[in-house]
Design a protein around this ligand. Structure first.
Ligand code: F6P
Length: 793
């Protein structure tokens, strides 16, 4: 009971809750017991009633049968004696039947129905006068009749006496029937005894069950809620796990999580005010964007969805895809609500949306809306695999994979951009001055399509990959159309300044337009587009790691991870990438090989764990890359491995953030060796995870992140010896230097986190001044809101 768990000393409030809980519990138990007892009694009584009735009828029928047999056999004896006029024999016969068990006597009647010869004392034994015979007996019919009651209950059976074919009288046998009622009474008594026993048992069991499965769990939950409300973030009390209370426990968990988040945000805000620190938090972004957007709603468009539903076995699983874009945008959408429009790529996606193809995310406590757009298989092959990933991806990444441009892929790219534009226009409906954040190279044409239909929308596109130099971009047969599409935006964001420079230079070569280098803006057809760098980042949590028990403990935790792969190693490296040729994974492996060659003392002691999520596997180049990565790992392992150690552990599958986090926290070093990368969030995630200020980041010169994370060991991934030396330097680095480097990098990531990125982007978008023509067009735009965009637009 709640009251017995809590003492008044623990807390006045809880004590009251406990006492109230106890009284309520008692009332509840009493009501439950009463209703159970009444139900069981009613059922038992009905059952007993039918049992008694069936029993009575059975006994009566037995008695009737016995009486009939006896009467008919006496009839055969009496009739000849009557014919002979042997009254003496008849009298003896009648007297002889006067002392049998349960047979009270026999009577012989004359033709008028008057008793002639009767067993002596029959009336005394019956306890009443025998009734008159029914007339039908004298018409030749046997007559069965129960009469009297209680101890005088009796039965008679009468048959006619024939002489020479004429009915001259009747013979009746009388039985004692009181035993039937006595047995009935006994039956009722037994039934009541059973009911009473059942009532006591049910009552006792109910009290125990209610106490154990309802009152105790409720008391536990009350204590749990109280602890959390009182500020103990990890309540020592455990939440009830009983099936019946699980939904309640789930809801309470959500409630408490929201409470904790709100409290943490409030504390963080207060701390920031105290320290005049200008850190960005989720809460701050939420407040900021509300003010900055002045009631305008936020719409995000990307190809990759933040939550994918896939069929696994018989059930549907929600999966968060491996994507830097999703890692970055998800916290922003959670802070700003709004609508995210993306391709529904999961094989169970259609089963989890409503009639408008929408769902709330996260599904159990929605914070924003996901609108899924469906693509045909051919569209996916040509727009996503073809134009976006065989064309634009290698075009923008200088990683020496030749771009492939096919006319049919370009046609599909235009069609899919129009499809997304229509979905977006539909979602924006009559929302005034919407703010649109288009994501990435999949939607270069979207800004122009949207701006044409909704000039009142503030349109921004963020390009998550590098923008190459004009010569490299110039090989695209449709560079002009792509740039024109992009210039429909009011603002174009890249990760770093050099991508902005490359973009403006590309425009300079490809289009007739006015470029203002001093304010990084392009004017084309009267419309102004600003081009600015916004280095994307991650959600930095101050204390995201379990407090470590010190260096030695970390060392043994690392060893435990390696041992899990049947590989004993003292030092651990980590790499986390989509299996993409731009990530420089074979180059990384060769760097590790060279390191082991140069420093044999680390053979048997250093292992690199490579988490590689297969990606874009329909494309040949990616299939080749996977084979290449596997072969390189295998070759190097063959060269160095011993019975219980190998240099490379390749985990070729998607890992979610929670699964990756322990590797980040325990690794001695993290290797990011991209051949070309817009930003690379793995570098920032690693830094964000190291609240112990341990660990060294080895980072490619060609990743955008190297511009900010200057305290990483910056390497050229093509230079195998440099990578090898960086690994050696990282492992030999003094703890002091490690700490200093990591501390500085953490300051950068903490200061420029994903919320600041979003705030800068949203802030810049909200500053876009819609020119008077655009404003005037906004009224018309509303009436056109449902207009359909055609691919050729
Ligand atoms: O880097 C560009 C990008 O779109 C990222 O934003 C994302 O992490 C990655 O590519 C994912 O690619 P895809 O969506 O094709 O799996």
């Amino acid at each position: 009971m709640a009251g017995s768990l809590l003492t008044p000393a623990a807390s006045g409030n809880v004590w009251v809750v406990g006492v109230l809980g106890s009284e309520t519990g008692m009332r509840m138990s009493f009501r439950l017991i009463l209703s159970l007892v009444l139900t069981v009694t009613l059922i038992s009584v009905i059952f007993a009633f039918y049992q008694v009735r069936t029993y009575t009828l059975g006994r009566q029928s037995d008695l009737e049968k016995r009486a009939q047999v006896l009467a008919e056999s006496l009839q055969e004896t009496v009739e000849p004696l009557w014919t002979q006029g042997a009254r003496g024999s008849l009298r003896r016969l009648v007297e002889r039947f006067g002392n049998r068990e349960r047979l009270d006597g026999v009577a012989i009647y004359d033709a008028q129905g008057r008793p002639d010869l009767v067993t002596p004392n029959l009336a005394t034994r019956l306890g009443l006068e025998p009734p008159q015979l029914n007339r039908r007996v004298f018409e030749g019919v046997g007559w069965s009749h129960f009469f009297g009651s209680g101890r005088n209950a009796a039965h008679l059976y009468a048959v006619p006496i024939h002489v020479g074919g004429t009915i001259v009288g009747a013979l009746a046998v009388f039985h004692d029937a009181s035993y039937i009622e006595e047995q009935n009474t006994q039956l009722w008594r037994d039934t009541f005894a059973h009911v009473l026993m059942q009532m006591l048992l049910i009552g006792a069991i109910t009290v125990v069950v209610v106490r154990w499965s309802v009152e105790r769990p409720i008391a536990r939950m009350t204590q749990w809620l109280h602890d959390l409300r009182a500020g103990a973030m990890d309540s020592p009390t455990e939440l009830p796990t009983e099936q019946v209370l699980r939904p309640l426990a789930r809801e309470a968990t959500h409630l408490v999580t929201s409470l904790q988040v709100a409290r943490a945000s409030a504390e963080e805000e207060a701390r920031l005010r105290e320290t005049a620190d200008s850190l960005w938090t989720r809460e701050r972004l939420r407040v900021y964007q509300e003010a900055a957007l002045e009631g305008s709603r936020l719409f995000v468009v990307s190809n990759r969805e933040p939550l994918m539903h896939v069929q696994r076995g018989g059930s549907i699983e929600a999966v968060s895809p491996a994507s830097g874009l999703v890692t970055a945008m998800e916290p922003v959408l959670r802070a700003c609500a709004g609508t995210w429009i993306a391709h529904g790529a999961g094989n169970a996606d259609r089963q989890t949306v409503d009639a408008e193809d929408r769902l709330g995310v996260p599904p159990d406590a929605p914070e924003y809306t996901l609108r899924r757009v469906w693509l045909t298989q051919l569209e996916e092959e040509r727009y996503y695999d073809g134009f976006a990933n065989e064309g634009l991806w290698p075009l923008c990444h200088i990683a020496h994979t030749r771009p492939i441009f096919r006319a049919e892929d370009w046609e599909a790219y235009q069609r899919v951009n129009a499809k997304f534009a229509n979905a977006l226009l539909e979602e924006m409906g009559d929302v005034e001055h919407p703010t649109v954040l288009v994501q990435d190279y999949h939607f270069a044409l979207l800004p122009r399509l949207i701006k044409q239909s909704r000039p009142d929308a503030r349109v921004t596109i963020f390009w998550h990959i590098p923008w190459p130099n004009p010569e490299a971009f110039g090989i695209c047969p449709w560079q002009r159309e792509l740039i024109e599409g992009l210039l429909g935006a009011d603002l174009i964001g890249f990760h770093i300044q050099s991508h902005c420079n490359n973009f403006l230079e590309t425009i300079d070569r490809a289009l007739e337009s006015r470029i203002e280098w001093e304010r990084f803006a392009v004017t084309m057809g009267g419309h102004v587009t600003s081009v600015r760098p916004f280095p994307i980042s991650v959600d930095f949590k101050e204390n995201n790691a379990e407090p470590s028990n010190g260096y030695l403990s970390l060392r043994s935790e690392r060893a435990a991870i390696a041992k899990g792969f049947d590989c004993h190693a003292d030092y651990l490296g980590i790499g986390v990438d989509r299996l993409d040729y731009t990530k420089g994974i074979p180059e990384r492996f060769r760097g590790i090989e060279r390191f082991l060659e140069k420093h044999p003392s680390y053979q048997g002691r250093f292992t690199h764990v490579q988490i590689g999520a297969p990606s874009r596997t329909q494309i040949h180049r990616y299939q080749d890359l996977i084979a290449d990565v596997e072969a390189e790992a295998e070759r190097i392992n063959q060269r160095f491995q011993t019975r219980h150690w190998k240099p490379i552990v390749l985990l070729k599958e998607h890992h979610n953030h929670d699964q990756i986090e322990p590797y980040y926290r325990m690794a001695d070093l993290c290797l990011v060796t991209s051949l070309h990368d817009g930003m690379n969030l793995v570098a920032k995630e690693f830094v964000a995870a190291r609240s112990d200020e341990e660990g060294v980041l080895i980072l490619s010169l060609f990743a955008g992140a190297s511009r900010e994370l200057e305290d990483a060991l910056i390497v050229n991934p093509y230079d195998t010896d440099q990578v090898a030396d960086a690994i050696y330097y990282a492992l030999e680095m003094s703890p002091k230097e490690k700490r200093e480097r990591m501390r500085r990098m953490r300051r950068v990531v903490k200061h420029y986190n994903i919320y600041r990125w979003a705030a800068n982007l949203i802030g810049a978008a909200s500053e876009i001044r819609l020119d008077p023509v655009q404003r005037a067009q906004s009224a018309v735009a509303h009436s056109n809101a449902s207009a359909t965009v055609r691919p050729s637009a």
